[in-house]
Design a protein around this ligand. Structure first.
Ligand code: KIV
Length: 272
C-alpha cells in the first residue's frame, strides 16, 4: 500500500506545545533540500527548520546575511515537497523583517504562500515586536530566536556564548516572556548558559528549543550537516556528531574514481 501525505498524522504547533506540557523532548533539525528533508522526516523529527544557515552550508557564505528571500523560498519549497509529517519552519532572512512590520508581514506571507511551509522564524526580541505581532495577526505561526542570533554577528563581533552577564540574561528572559505573551508558538535559544535556559524554560509556557544551550531546553536543534560530520572543520563544544559522512563520502568518491580509471566501472552487468 502506498503512503499518501494524508495517511500520516502531521506535527502541528499544538503537538509541539503538548509535548512540552507532558515533558517529552522535541527533536528538531535543519534541512534545505528535497533529498535530505525526506530522510530527516522519515527518521521522525518533529520539526524541520529551513534555516538561513543554508547561506553557510549550501552556498558557502561566511555568514547568514547574504541569503535572499527568493533563495529561502527555493529551499523551503524543496523541503516541503519531501516532508510528510514534520512541522516545517522557515527563517525570514536578514533584511526582510527588521525595519518595518509591513515588510515583515509581506515577507512572511510570501514564504507561506510560495513554499507551503507551516511557520516562520525571526531573530530578536523587543526590537522586532511589531513585526512579530503583525505576522501573528495574519494567522502565521511564529518561532522566536534569542541568544546568539547569527544575523547580528557584526554587532556581536564573535560567535561566543551570549547572555553570560546579568544584564543580557535579564533582557533575554524579558524578551522570551514577550514572545510568549504576543503568541509565538516556540523560541530557539542559541548558545546561552544552561542555567539561563533552565530559567527561561521554566518561566514561559511555550517550548524552548536549544542549540548550544544545554539539556534544560524543551527541545534540541542542530544543523543537519554538522550532526552528520559533513564539514570536518566545524567542531564547537555543543556539537555531537552522529556520523562522519565527510570521510564516508570522500572514500566512496575515491573508489569511484579508481574504478573509472581502472576500467572496472561500468561492468557489462551495469551496461545495456
Ligand atoms: O539557521 C539555522 O540553522 C538556525 C538554527 C541554528 C537554529 O537558526
Amino acid at each position: 500500500m502506498s503512503v499518501h501525505k494524508t495517511d500520516i498524522k502531521r506535527v502541528t504547533t499544538h503537538v509541539i506545545q503538548e509535548m512540552k506540557t507532558r515533558g517529552e523532548k522535541i527533536s528538531c533539525l535543519t534541512a534545505y533540500d528535497y533529498s535530505m528533508a525526506g530522510i530527516v522526516d522519515a527518521a521522525g523529527v518533529e520539526l524541520i527548520l529551513v534555516g538561513d544557515s543554508a547561506s553557510n552550508v549550501m552556498a558557502g557564505h561566511e555568514t547568514t546575511l547574504p541569503i535572499t528571500i527568493d533563495q529561502m523560498i527555493y529551499h523551503a519549497q524543496s523541503v516541503v515537497r519531501a516532508v510528510k509529517r514534520a512541522l516545517v519552519v522557515v527563517d525570514l532572512p536578514f533584511g526582510s523583517y527588521q525595519g518595518n512590520s509591513r515588510e515583515a508581514l509581506s515577507s512572511a506571507i510570501r514564504i507561506m504562500k510560495e513554499s507551503g511551509a507551516h511557520a516562520v522564524k525571526l531573530e530578536g526580541g523587543l526590537e522586532i515586536k511589531d513585526s512579530i505581532t503583525r505576522i501573528l495577526s495574519a494567522g502565521v505561526p511564529v518561532m522566536g530566536h534569542l541568544g546568539l542570533t547569527p544575523q547580528s554577528i557584526y554587532k556581536f563581533g564573535t560567535y561566543t556564548v551570549r547572555a553570560k552577564e546579568d544584564a543580557e540574561a535579564a533582557k533575554l528572559l524579558e524578551d522570551a516572556k514577550m514572545l510568549e505573551e504576543v503568541g509565538c508558538f516556540s523560541v530557539v535559544l542559541e548558545k546561552i548558559p544552561s542555567k539561563l535556559t533552565k530559567m527561561v524554560s521554566e518561566s514561559i509556557s511555550i517550548p524552548t528549543v536549544g542549540i548550544g544551550a544545554g539539556p534544560e531546553a524543551d527541545g534540541q536543534i542542530l544543523v543537519l550537516h554538522d550532526l552528520l560530520g559533513i564539514n570536518k572543520a566545524f567542531k564547537p563544544r555543543f556539537l555531537r556528531r552522529y556520523a562522519e559522512l565527510n570521510d564516508i563520502m570522500h572514500d566512496a568518491i575515491g573508489n569511484y574514481i579508481k574504478d573509472v580509471k581502472s576500467k572496472s566501472f561500468p561492468s557489462m552487468g551495469e551496461s545495456y
